[in-house]
Design a protein around this ligand. Structure first.
Ligand SMILES: Nc1ncnc2c1ncn2[C@@H]1O[C@H](COP(=O)(O)OP(=O)(O)OP(=O)(O)O)[C@@H](O)[C@H]1O
Ligand SMILES: [Mg+2]
Length: 372
């Protein structure tokens, strides 16, 4: 029997849990041509949610989407080709047809090439001289707009959008997008909240207030209970609700960790989940993550370590507690500064007046370190 849980890359329909509300709202916004910003921690299910929604819209409304993954992109030329390839892929036509299409639309007549990689995937790219970079960029950015004007519904997605920060194209990109108005929808995604926040909330930046901030939350305990129970049952195994609640209390409903936990627990369980199976699965996961957490911990300064401990001890609230500050030998000023640095490093975050550690397993590990 195949394990009914999966963790790692983007999850397909088969392993996808709920997010119904988000999908509904996303669909509406995309069809209305609204530009969106989605940021959430690493491994939170951003890409899965967006792909899932886009695939549904493709089927239901004939939407075309251009999915540009900016991870690892480090120059304008790479950006242009990644973008161009994404547009070419979205045409879903044979290679020669795609090339002929672009020969017709692209005014500056670049050399259009296609290579087939080792996985049998076609990759399209353009050859142009460095002097033509800006011109090429502008024309390539207009490609989805050409479709849109023909009445097609289009969505352009930039995954890991924070990566463009160093490419010096923010102004150009913003200027283009502005003229595309609501004929198409742009979706900016990423996990570096601190960088993205600056890009979209800082008055001096090109993308200032140009998007709707779309929030995604953890998947709720109720949904996970249904999802995990069902899957155990369908594969001839059984799990009590209590165990699922225990999983969620550790993973906080974080999609990646919850799937990982369920995956390992399913593997260990013979027929019905027992206490010892649960402990075994937990230890296995902690062992696997421990090295990473230890490195992360070692990379922190003394003040940062103290601040994280303080957050755990005070459950993130009322941190400026004289007694505890004295215990940790921390000054008010340095606590304030350290909190800011930890936010910028995306290690902690804040909801209302409560600070919390972003990675729930890192928090669990740290809690055990403090209270062992
Ligand atoms: N809706 C969902 N239902 C079930 N599991 C999910 C869901 N969304 C995400 N996951 C789990 O989380 C993992 C990571 O998902 P995904 O790659 O979509 O996240 P991400 O936020 O894009 O991550 P990254 O920051 O690495 O790009 C998946 O492999 C899967 O195990
Ligand atoms: Mg992703």
């Amino acid at each position: 029997m195949k394990n009914p849980f999966y963790y790692g890359g983007v999850v397909s329909e088969e392993y996808f849990c709920n997010r119904k509300q988000e999908i509904k709202e996303l669909k509406k916004d995309i069809l209305n041509g609204i530009n969106l910003l989605i940021y959430a921690p690493r491994r939170f299910g951003k890409t899965s949610l967006v792909m899932h929604t886009l695939n549904q819209l493709k089927e239901e409304k004939g939407l075309k989407f251009v999915f540009v993954d900016l991870m690892g992109i480090s120059s304008k030329e790479e950006f242009i080709n990644e973008y161009f390839n994404a547009v070419a892929q979205s045409l879903e036509e044979p290679i020669d047809k795609v090339i002929n299409f672009f020969k017709k639309v692209l005014k500056f007549k670049p050399t259009i090439k296609a290579v087939v990689d080792e996985y049998g995937q076609t990759k399209f790219y353009l050859e142009f001289t460095p002097e033509k970079t800006i011109e090429t960029l502008e024309e390539v950015l207009d490609l989805p707009f050409i479709y849109a004007k023909k009445g097609r519904k289009i969505c352009v997605v930039f995954d890991e959008f924070q990566e463009i920060e160093t490419l010096d194209i923010e102004n150009k990109l913003r200027a283009k997008i502005q003229h595309h108005s609501n004929l198409l929808s742009y979706l900016f995604m990423g996990s570096k909240k601190s960088i993205l926040k600056k890009m979209f909330h800082d008055k001096s930046r090109a993308f200032y207030k140009s998007v709707k901030h779309f929030q995604i939350k953890e998947i709720s305990e109720k949904e996970w209970i249904k999802f995990i129970k069902d899957r155990f049952k369908k594969t001839g195994k059984e799990i009590d609700t209590e165990f699922i609640k225990n999983i969620i209390s550790i993973t906080k409903g974080f999609p990646y960790y919850t799937q990982q936990f369920a995956y390992e627990l399913w593997e260990i369980t013979e027929k019905k989940v027992k206490e010892e199976d649960f402990i075994k699965a937990l230890n296995l996961i902690m062992q696997r993550e421990e090295d990473l957490f230890a490195v992360e911990w070692d990379n922190l300064t003394a003040n940062q370590k103290k601040t994280l401990k303080l957050i755990i001890e005070k459950d993130g609230k009322h941190l400026y507690d004289e007694k505890l500050l004295a215990k940790y030998e921390l000054k008010v000023g340095s606590l304030r500064k350290t909190l800011q640095i930890l936010m910028e490093k995306d290690i902690i975050d804040k909801i209302d007046d409560r600070y919390y550690i972003q990675d729930p397993l890192f928090e669990y590990w740290l809690r055990k370190k403090i209270y062992r």
